[in-house]
Design a protein around this ligand. Structure first.
Ligand code: ATP
Ligand code: MG
Length: 263
């Protein structure tokens, strides 16, 4: 936890899984990708192209087979308080209320009770869940659980936020509201964000750059720079053109193309 601006560098990273039968499966086949300190990078790609695998390696929850991941210039050797993960399947403690789940990383970090209370209230309101402080995860909808998980991940004000489709289960209106709140926090805390999504619209709305991956093996097919001022107008010609560019990269036909933009 801290206020340092940290870059994320993924250099020549591959990930090979071994099936029970002993067959090799290459989930990632050599990815080079970089997020500058304070950058908002979206990662987009079809199911199974290795997005979660990539995030887990940056989080230090999994080791690359070859290559290296560096955060803030230092090689990742395991999880650390500088990075928070919003998991694709919300990782809430079932025996804790929403408020107590958000408070958990603050307790671990030794944040005093008063400050904890203040931050938990602020975060739950940020994700639109005021009034649900005392609800348990099983009493919340999937989308509400995702929002609690996002609040939990933001609680320690991490230098790097690794978010794996955090808004996947939300309706369009809630999703748009969450996107705006996340941008507000990103701007305030100068967090480096790596944000996995299936939505080209969401990627172009949020990110400074959009990295597009293709599967088998997972690899980078291109990076689109979104050079539009915020707040962005989804209906503008520029927005629509950039979304189309991202969607074109997602088409199976574009597989194997060299990245247009480096890093
Ligand atoms: N622990 C594992 N053991 C074996 N294979 C795995 C393991 N984890 C992931 N894989 C394989 O690696 C590939 C990439 O998986 P990953 O979960 O990273 O994809 P993804 O891009 O996040 O997909 P989705 O969009 O569906 O979440 C998949 O083919 C998956 O089957
Ligand atoms: Mg995934």
């Amino acid at each position: 936890m801290g206020w340092a601006m940290r870059s994320v560098e993924v250099r020549g990273v591959t990930k090979r899984y071994w099936a029970e039968a002993g067959e090799a499966f290459d989930a990632l086949g050599g990815v080079d990708l970089e997020a500058a300190a304070g950058e908002f990078l979206a990662i987009l790609g079809p199911s199974g192209c290795g997005k979660t695998t990539l995030l887990r390696m940056i989080a230090g929850l999994e080791e690359p087979t070859t290559g290296e991941v560096r955060v803030g210039g230092r090689a990742v050797t395991g999880p650390g308080p500088d990075r928070s993960v919003v998991f694709q399947q919300p990782a809430l403690l079932p025996w804790r209320t929403a408020a107590a789940n958000v408070a958990f990383p603050l307790e671990v970090a030794g944040v005093p009770r008063q400050e904890r209370r203040r931050r938990v209230a602020e975060l739950l309101s940020l994700v639109g869940l005021e009034g649900f402080e005392r609800a348990y995860p099983h009493e919340l909808s999937g989308g509400m659980r995702q929002r609690v998980d996002l609040a939990r991940a933001l609680a320690t004000r991490p230098d790097v936020l690794l978010a794996d489709e955090p808004f996947g289960a939300l309706d369009a209106i809630t999703r748009n509201a969450m996107q705006e709140e996340l941008l507000r926090v990103w701007r305030r805390d100068r967090t480096t964000v790596l944000f996995v999504t299936h939505s080209a619209d969401e990627a172009v709305f949020l990110a400074d750059r959009v990295a597009v991956l293709a599967p088998r093996p997972g690899r980078l097919v291109g990076v689109v720079t979104v050079d539009l001022p915020r707040p962005r107008d989804r209906t503008s010609a520029e927005f629509v053109a950039l979304r189309r560019e991202v969607l074109d990269l997602l088409k199976p036909g574009s597989r194997g193309h060299a990245p247009r933009v480096g890093g």
